[in-house]
Design a protein around this ligand. Structure first.
Ligand code: NAP
Length: 316
């Protein structure tokens, strides 16, 4: 067992059993005030599958909405070892589970198990959500890009992807989702920089001329004239060193966005705020990517709210 840190400590035991629960009651899974509802409406179960998984805050989000909308359902952690992904995913269908989120390290491995992939999942090359149809049909979705763009529009409904060059640092799974979503949203120039240049070049395949790959060593200079800087690396996350970047050439009216949400204000965002840049942390992306998944599983479109954000913040 790795040592527990703030980031990986379990939020609570939300293992879900079809006929009961372990540990603390699963918030939102019971509706004592309306027991007739449970008699009439089928119980729906969803969860998040990954390993490690108890650090995931997704149960807080979905169980908050389950309670808020009076849904007869529950959402839990599904700890699944890499050699059991196929059995677990196909088991969703056998058990009649509504679906699940898929997180590290299964985002790629679960893809070939799907009956259908949405066009966005195909473009992203990874899934973060499975929806099980009534006939057991498995559809793989990727909502990370939607969540990211929506988090910017929540900050300012007038935000535009084509306001000027966008600098993206990082070329992992999250960067890929963000880059593709930015292009879909109308971005015209994306400067992509990654410590390992080859990974950035692979991400940029088929996305030129919008995406221009630059050397990691050029990252300070690449900010000149940019309308937005996005950190999609792990640098600045709790337990990691700050991102090594000098903001001097970044216009002060540029947006600075960090996908990280632990801490909420990374050293990058603090430095950007201090010089007058508008800043956006990763919490909105986390919440917004959950909206279409919840709607697909439970049939209600939920919304982000100050109460939900408070609940999430209290869990960090
Ligand atoms: P990933 O696939 O492991 O990619 C990690 C990225 O960080 C790679 O580009 C890697 O570059 C770079 N990196 C690692 N160490 C570095 C260093 N010392 N200096 C410079 N670059 C370094 O991870 P991911 O899934 O894309 O996640 C990236 C970040 O996004 C994480 O902080 C994660 O928490 C965040 N995220 C947030 C949300 C949300 O909902 N807000 C969702 C997903 C991810 P190399 O290719 O050179 O290794």
């Amino acid at each position: 067992m790795p040592p527990l840190t703030l980031k990986n400590r379990p939020v609570r035991d939300t293992r879900v059993f079809l006929c009961g629960k372990v540990g603390a009651p699963l918030e939102g899974s019971e509706h004592p005030k309306n027991s007739r509802m449970a008699d009439n409406i089928p119980f729906k179960l969803a969860g998040v599958m990954g390993m490690p998984i108890y650090q995931s805050r997704s149960p807080i989000i979905h169980n908050h909405w389950i309670k808020a909308h009076g849904v007869n359902g529950a959402y839990g952690h599904f700890p699944v070892q890499p050699d059991r992904v196929a059995a677990a995913v196909l088991g969703l269908r056998a058990l009649g589970i509504a679906g699940c989120n898929i997180t590290l390290p299964h985002k790629l491995a679960a893809m070939p198990l799907m009956d259908t992939l949405t066009p966005m999942a195909k473009r992203m090359g990874a899934i973060n959500c499975i929806v099980v149809g009534e006939d057991g049909h498995l559809t793989g979705h990727n909502n990370d890009g939607f969540g990211y763009i929506q988090s910017l529009r929540d900050e300012d409904p007038l935000w535009r992807a084509d306001a000027g060059p966008i600098v993206v640092l990082g070329a992992g799974g999250a960067a890929r989702a963000v880059v593709i979503a930015l292009i879909e949203a109308g971005a015209t120039t994306i400067r992509l920089l990654n410590r390992t240049r080859g990974t950035a070049e692979k991400l940029a395949e088929g996305l030129t001329p919008t995406v221009e790959v630059c050397d990691w060593g050029q990252r300070h200079e690449a900010l000149r004239g940019a309308a937005m800087l996005i950190n999609a690396t792990s640098q600045g996350m709790y337990g990691q060193p700050p991102l090594d970047i000098v903001l001097d050439t970044l216009p002060t009216d540029a947006w600075v966005s960090d996908l990280i949400y632990i801490p909420l204000e990374t050293p990058l965002l603090a430095a950007a705020r201090a010089r007058g840049n508008r800043t956006v942390n990763g919490l909105g992306m986390l919440i917004n990517q959950a909206i279409p998944a919840f709607e697909a599983w439970f049939g209600v479109r939920p919304q982000s709210s100050p109460e939900l954000r408070e609940k999430l913040l209290a869990s960090f």
